[in-house]
Design a protein around this ligand. Structure first.
Ligand code: HEC
Ligand code: HEC
Length: 242
């Protein structure tokens, strides 16, 4: 499905699908049927994402997200629910895709239900990202990438691996206990990658905090640089693997 859409994009708009660019869809959560979204959620999602909030009381050992803290946009949630988390870089496939189970309208209603119950201060976070971009404005692109490369090699490669595919040495040594995301498949925008890296996975609803909050180690400028570096790295690895 992704490849298909990518080829359309390449033909249509000569875009290169370096990241796992999802097909663009757009909908307004205000127009959706929240009652139906809530009903479907409680029937089919709450068994793992218990009541959205209480992730620890799930009966499965699958570490689902606390969806109240998600940083994903409605469109990104739609894609994840449609295709499952593994499609976008999770190394586990605990969360399947619901494409063949729900209609597109039903998925949109579920997303609207989740999104109207979010509990994140995204505005503040957005401002931080915009400021981090300004910090590097006097630097050359090469300097930014070099700084980002150093951070990546020092702090990220052990888990996310030499080309971002989540096959670092720490993953191999953990005997199946550590599941970093494959960054070559990520759905996240630059801004979201920045915020995820700065605050760590727990902040955004992960039930384990395997992905540390790097904001306590690195400046916003350094985190901005590592995101720039990841973008280039991902582009290279997708060029060589296709
Ligand atoms: C079998 C357990 C299970 C079920 C059932 C399930 N999920 Fe998930 N879900 C997960 C896990 C586990 C993750 C996190 C995957 C990871 O990080 O590797 C997740 C992640 C997500 C995310 C991504 C959140 C983020 O911020 O990255 C969304 C959105 C989501 N689930 C929505 C749903 C919806 C809607 C349903 C019902 C249609 C559902 N899930 C059913 C286990 C489940
Ligand atoms: C100890 C292992 C570990 C290290 C070191 C690590 N990560 Fe992660 N990273 C993870 C795990 C685990 C996840 C998935 C978290 C979850 O969803 O529960 C993740 C997820 C991410 C994501 C989100 C991807 C997505 O699509 O949701 C980004 C971005 C990221 N890491 C960037 C970085 C950067 C940048 C560094 C270095 C500064 C780094 N990570 C270092 C383990 C690690």
């Amino acid at each position: 499905m992704y490849r298909l859409v990518c080829s359309f994009l390449i033909i249509g708009a000569s875009l290169v699908c370096a990241k796992n660019t999802a097909p663009s869809i757009s909908f307004d959560i205000k127009d959706r049927n929240l009652a139906r979204g809530e009903k479907l959620f409680s029937e089919n999602c709450a068994s793992c994402h218990v009541g959205r909030m209480d992730v620890n009381s799930t009966s499965f050992a699958v570490n689902p997200r606390n969806l109240e803290l998600s940083l994903l946009s409605p469109e990104q949630m739609y894609h994840i629910i449609n295709n499952g988390t593994a499609f976008y870089g999770s190394k586990t496939d605990y969360m399947i895709g619901y494409e063949n189970i729900y209609t597109s309208d039903e998925i949109k209603d579920i997303v609207a239900y989740i999104h109207t119950n979010l509990n994140v201060n995204y505005k503040e976070a957005k401002k931080l990202y915009q400021e981090s971009e300004k910090l590097s404005k006097d630097k050359s692109k090469e300097d930014v990438l070099e700084e980002g490369r150093k951070v990546y090699l020092k702090r990220c490669i052990h888990c996310h691996g030499p080309s971002g595919k989540a096959d670092g040495v720490a993953v191999k040594a953990s005997n199946g206990n550590l599941f970093p995301y494959d960054l070559t498949k990520t759905l996240l925008t630059d801004e979201q990658m920045f915020l995820f890296t700065k605050y760590g996975s727990k902040h955004w609803g992960a039930s384990r905090d395997d992905m540390p909050a790097w904001g306590s180690v690195y400046s916003d400028e350094a985190i901005h640089s590592v995101v720039e570096y990841i973008k280039v790295m991902v582009e290279k690895s997708s060029n060589t693997s296709k």
